[in-house]
Design a protein around this ligand. Sequence first.
Ligand code: ADP
Ligand code: MG
Length: 146
Amino acid sequence: MSDEFLSRSPEETMEYARRFASDLRPGETVSLCGQLGAGKTVFMRGITEVFNCDDQLSSPTFSLLNIYHGSLKGEDVTLHHFDLYRIKTVKELAATGFDEYLSGAYLAVVEWGDRFPEFADRYTVTVTLEHAGDDLRRITIKRTGG
Ligand SMILES: Nc1ncnc2c1ncn2[C@@H]1O[C@H](COP(=O)(O)OP(=O)(O)O)[C@@H](O)[C@H]1O
Ligand SMILES: [Mg+2]
């Protein structure tokens, strides 16, 4: 899988996300970065499809953490999905039990992971989406520590 992809539609972003998710190993932690409207949530939807997740149980209003239950090759898997957009301080984030949730699932995906450099070393891979005009989005995948 290449490190950079130019998506022309939400559908292409989802398709790319599905391929990305299929390559992930258990225990990975993904930092999902990009400005508002870049497509982070669209990308996440591609990931949850691969794991056959139930529809999101929580309301569409803001929540810091969504827990999805799905399956992979017949095995039950749990996904933790954070959106850090409204978290203001690292103290506030730490108080949510963020660190434990990061490692307690088959896969953890953190939207706005780059807002808190204090946790940068927790991620195994960073996905960045950037506006590239109209419906174009540049998607960059970078393997990190973790
Ligand atoms: N190539 C593309 N990839 C992803 N989203 C796109 C693309 N082109 C247009 N869009 C639109 O951009 C918006 C992305 O929204 P969303 O995924 O919620 O962004 P974020 O979570 O990064 O704030 C959606 O309305 C989507 O339909
Ligand atoms: Mg979002």
